[in-house]
Design a protein around this ligand. Sequence first.
Ligand code: ATP
Length: 441
Amino acid sequence: MVCVRVAVRVRPLNKREKDLSSKVIVHMEGKTTSIINVKDALTNSSEVKPKSFTYDFSYDSSNDEKPNFVSQDKVFTDLGHDVLEDAFEGYNACILAYGQTGSGKSYTMMGNAGDVGLIPRICEGLFSRITHLSQADHTSFHTAVSYLEIYKERVRDLLSEGRCLRVREHPVEGPYVEGLSTPQVHSYSDVEKLMEKGNGSRVTASTAMNDTSSRSHAIFTINFRQAQLDAEQPSETTSKVHLVDLVGSERADAARGGWMRLKEGASINKSLVVLGNVISALADMSMSGGSKMKKKGSFIPYRDSLLTWLLKDSLGGNSKTIMIATISPANVNYTETLSTLRYANRVKNIVNQPTVNEDGSVKIIRELREEIANLKALLEKGTRVSPVGPKQVVSVEEKLHRNEARVLQLTQEWTNKWRETQNILRSSLAAQERSQGRLRL
Ligand SMILES: Nc1ncnc2c1ncn2[C@@H]1O[C@H](COP(=O)(O)OP(=O)(O)OP(=O)(O)O)[C@@H](O)[C@H]1O
């Protein structure tokens, strides 16, 4: 069981805030983020105390001349590296960016040209590790990505011209988007092209806080599988990495900037309200050690919005999850910033149960091998000091032979499947190279 980790990141003052002669009211020291209400400070300075919150990380990106300034690279080193580590160990991982419009969610997740964010850095890191590992041993990798947005409670496939799709639930695998494009990718440049295509399809609008404000939740997912045959012991794990840029968290308010149509506002609001409800229910449950849920028979309302339904595993389930809450440093955004800090504080209490996603037959082979080792130890003991009767030794021997035969058969089946996958991979790579004119025949 692990808690959701939370990072808070403050951006520099933007033009609008500077034009309003805004004051910087957010300060960070170590893991602590403090906020002062400037209005209070002006009326009665002696009684005003900053409100302080402690998170796993407090990132000050407000001024690159400050000694504690946190760059895109530092965010990746702290958080992105862990996500890569999780993926290679076979865990699911998720990063969610939450915050007011224009506070830096897209900057943190996607970034700007020349100053890219977590998603491109994680994908680049993934392929540089794959290249390194493929040279060192016989591991094979399969990577596919998808990119969708949820706009007005509808899922749009960003890799397929924004086609609207339905969400369904598989009895074992859980919720999924039916017909979502999940192209296989062989290199970082493959991913770059897809990201560019997807980003171009996102619904954006100009707001008072942000010239290109995203009006939807965007979920970029990496489906990653690795398989290896080491000393006749196969290993195969899969990992799903969700990288999520949520819509601005301010309340739906038609008066704010005058840009938000009511219907859009209401549905954007709805999914964030449900996300808040899910987070509250999960936080309450973990704070009461699970007893509250059992007693009240209540449930987590994942299905009340598409966002929470699709992210069910990431929130309270099988995933190592990180939330990055982005905030503005300016006094004009005091109320929104304080609400984001409180929200992030609540998320810290969510407990997840990540497990390594191991292939079913590989798991059986590993368990059988463990049992074989135990049986052998038992037999050895039996022949030396004879603690078990001869009849029992025979049954242990029989069991040992049965297990060894089963391991041999399963390993053979798995190896055939592995070789087949490698062949498919090789021919798909060759086809791609041919189509790009790189292969000289
Ligand atoms: N840490 C930062 N350093 C420098 N510039 C930043 C930082 N964070 C955000 N910005 C800039 O602020 C502007 C708004 O940021 P961004 O688009 O990431 O906000 P957002 O939270 O995704 O907003 P929305 O919800 O409206 O999509 C952009 O021009 C971005 O480049």
